[in-house]
Write a protein that binds this ligand. Sequence first.
Ligand code: ATP
Ligand code: MG
Length: 757
Amino acid sequence: MDYLAGLNEPQRKAVEHIDGPLMIIAGAGSGKTRVLTYRTAHLIEKGVDPFAILLLTFTNKAAGEMRHRIETVIGNAAKNIWMGTFHSIFAKILRFEGTRLGYTSNFSIYDTDDSKSLIRALIKEKNLDDKVYKVNLVLNRISNAKNRLIGPAQYTGSSILAEEDRLARIPAMGELYQLYCARCFAANAMDFDDLLFQTNILFRDHLDVLNKYQHKFKHVMVDEFQDTNVSQYLITKKLSAVNRNICVVGDDAQSIYAFRGADIQNILNFERDYSDLVTIKLEENYRSTKAIVAVANSIISRNKNQLKKDVFTSNEDGDDIEIIRASSDNEEGRMIASAIFEAAQKENLTWSDFAILYRTNAQSRSFEEALRRLNIKYRIIGGVSFYQRKEIKDVLGYLRFTVNQNDEEAFKRIINLPKRGIGDTTIAKIVVTAAENNVPIWDVVSNISQFQAARGSAGIEAFSDLIKSFKLMVEVEQKDAYEVANHVAKASGLLRELYEDKTVEGLARYQNLQELLNAIKSFVDNPENEDKSLATFLQSVSLLTNADADEDPADRDKVTLMTIHSAKGLEFNRVFLVGLEEDLFPSQMMLQSQQDLEEERRLFYVAVTRAEKKLQISYAESRYQFGRLKACEPSRFLNELDPNFVKMAKPAGARKEVSSFRPVQKTGFTAKPAPSAAQLIQKPTTNTNYQHVVSANFQATDALALAAGQKVEHAKFGFGLIKRIEVNGAERKAVIDFEKGVGEKTLLLSFAKLMIV
Ligand code: ATP
Ligand code: MG
């Protein structure tokens, strides 16, 4: 296959650039991912060993698709490329190298629920007020620290952070962080952030390991570079320090994960870190019609913080963007399901040509109902996935504990499941005993009589015998994942318990469990999986991202429903972007500042640029929220679309479902148009939500260009004058002289929120 023929001039240049650092920052649909795909194929054609290529993608599914495409060019060798998300690639490396950090290769991966459960336990053990120490707050703070590479020792040693925590009235935060890490470590478990954090520690403290991977990976490539965080950035930087063959592609206008620590600054750092950097611009959009590209450009041009880009397309003009107004969320569902039904019939499209994109998962309900009513097949990506269901997590808990008997969270989940008469107090006691004696949980459980003559010890002994028999299968008999899981499901009693539950829900849960066993069987039967161990299966499950659907490959012809966040990088012939209402999109929860508004707008841009042929945008005039019907205003974003390419939807055909659709309106979206962003900023309205946006201009100061002599305002300390900025490695601090007797304070800029006045 002549893949070079399918590339334009700058794309080909990027593919053929082999040695030295390369960056492509370009608009949506301009072929960035295509360039990475063909560049990888090209490297292998030129003799680079596939095992020496590391390609980091946004989802595992994206990696799978790219691998497939590369295979069509270079054949089977594509199987050997190191491809996947940051988390899955570095989890794999930590399996090999984690012993250097004191973990075994069987370490567990804690998901968010596990992390929260551990934090809840710690708050209780320390007798802290759980109304002040909110689990989410504590977890966020830990996660932020890890993503900024601030470990617990550094955290507790920092007087600045201590001062911040004191002000936020969570002075024990540092101690909680320390305990949290200690307990994860004792459990031989890493949480999601650890997979990156510990990789950084590994490469920092074990130079021989770093050196090995620096030489192993001759080429490092990163897709969606705009959404990498500091921790990820440092890993790629270190890995490519020897060969200096690093290629990153991204679009600053599509940076939508700042709330998870993604840092657009990485793009700027990249230019600074590589003086011999070659930058290539891609300006032609191959994905969308002229109308869609024009509208996308009109949206993003309103953001101040962006790199200048010209995007054009030679594609057809295409239809105008259609705005659909619905009286309620249920009607919105019906109208869109009908529109899909009609378009599929009239234009001979398949269900998989359509996507419905929304801001939050909760919005899917009305669409699901309406699609089901019309017998339209659909799949939901994200939301409560199969692996999040209770009955599935219960079995996985047993499997995790079989592999790693120090896994505290798995232990708590399964010790009394099915019921063995072991109470919460006993369970908590076991956990604390292990922590206090500094021994693994398993030591306590398997020698329970030595530690306590507790009530329920008969149950605990039975449990530990059960686990010992499971361990035997794995460690001595070396059974594969399916044989073990099948046995565990039966011997634990979980399968029987569900079988005996004859309610409809019980039956569904029983079937889900069978489905899990099927999934494990197909994992074992898949010739591509060389390692068929339970540990490897568990790892693959814990690394599924929200955007990796659990789906049957034989049945892909479905309408896709997903959040905009999950849709990044994808494209669909027809896109319905729904719920364009104030408070919902832009999301009121996320709107604290102008900077947040820009992030919401980038999200809007990502959504719009997923469409190839036709884009339809809807809003509802009322919506059920928290059980109450609420009147809604159209989103301010609707007024940011270039009006030359926008029209109100005509009432479609004569289908019953759309009979309540209002007559055509020629101009404007509503009788009372939403104020434009510009109006809002100049003139605060009496609407409290808007005022909120206008007045809360405190920004995460990382992105602000602060300098000595500037006057700033801090949410708590009030006004002050910056005396100097101090830089220490990745840490930036400002020394500020505050007014009104507050005096001089040193604030860590990655945490402090300031406003320039
Ligand atoms: P995003 O920013 O959304 O991730 P992207 O820049 O990665 O977009 P791709 O997904 O690589 O863009 O490409 C968009 C579409 O355009 C794809 O369907 C791709 O196959 C097609 N395409 C890209 N370049 C060309 C080309 N030179 N000729 C024909 N089609 C192309
Ligand atoms: Mg892409």
